[in-house]
Design a protein around this ligand. Sequence first.
Ligand code: ZN
Length: 282
Amino acid sequence: MEFKYIDNHAHLNFSAYEADRQETIKRAEDAGVAVINVGTQKDTSKKCVEIAESADNCFAIVGLHPVHTSKSFHDEKEIGEGGVEFTSRGEIFDYDYYKKLCQSPKVVGIGECGLDYYRCELQGASFEEEKEKQKEVFRKQIELAIEVKKPLMLHIREAYKDVLEILTQNSKLKTLTYPGNAHFFAGTLEEAKEFLDLGFTLSFTGVITFAKQYEELIKFVPLEMMLSETDCPYVSPVPYRGKRNEPAYVIEVIKKIAEIKGLPFEEVAKQLRENSKRVWGI
Ligand SMILES: [Zn+2]
């Protein structure tokens, strides 16, 4: 099947789609959208692989999200025990488990991994301890990416400086043809430039359809270094605000990028599609 658009970061693996996952995948397929579902811990990563192996237009990225390295975080839209809600259990990164998942030819990357200091609600000494734990887990996932030769899907929140420091410290990262993508990019122009210099693409969600502060960033980032994503079930684009988000809506994100760049929609869609093929090898 030939895809016209790519949702580079989706979570059809989450329980938010438990009731209508197949229909949602079908709507994406009918709209010409290929979907890369991203894992956040062991069970959501395994689910991504299962979905990818059962649907032509789906691919998987497997890894441990930084908020799941501690026990604090709670999200009712993710898969938890019994398939309803999810509370972080504080997962210890199991290198071999994730490496084994990579044996599936539909696994195209490692993540989402990185650092998230926003959701670290801890203070003082425990905050420092939490940061160190996240850094250690992130470094191990970089090692895995290098070993299995797959790019990284980065999740970064209030931690751009530390992520850049860790990435530049690892000299072997250069052995990857494409190091990866910084998802839901919300850093400064300076930080964007540093990621681009390292060879990372930057991806944007539906937030750009209603938040004006992304315009400058989107004008600045070269189109050939950009990817489109929904981050569904979160952040629905205009005109779907207030509804659950889904991969078919990535078209709205692409329209907005075209509008901000002042380029024809078809030209932007084509370039974004080529970018995804290049980075993930899909
Ligand atoms: Zn995500």
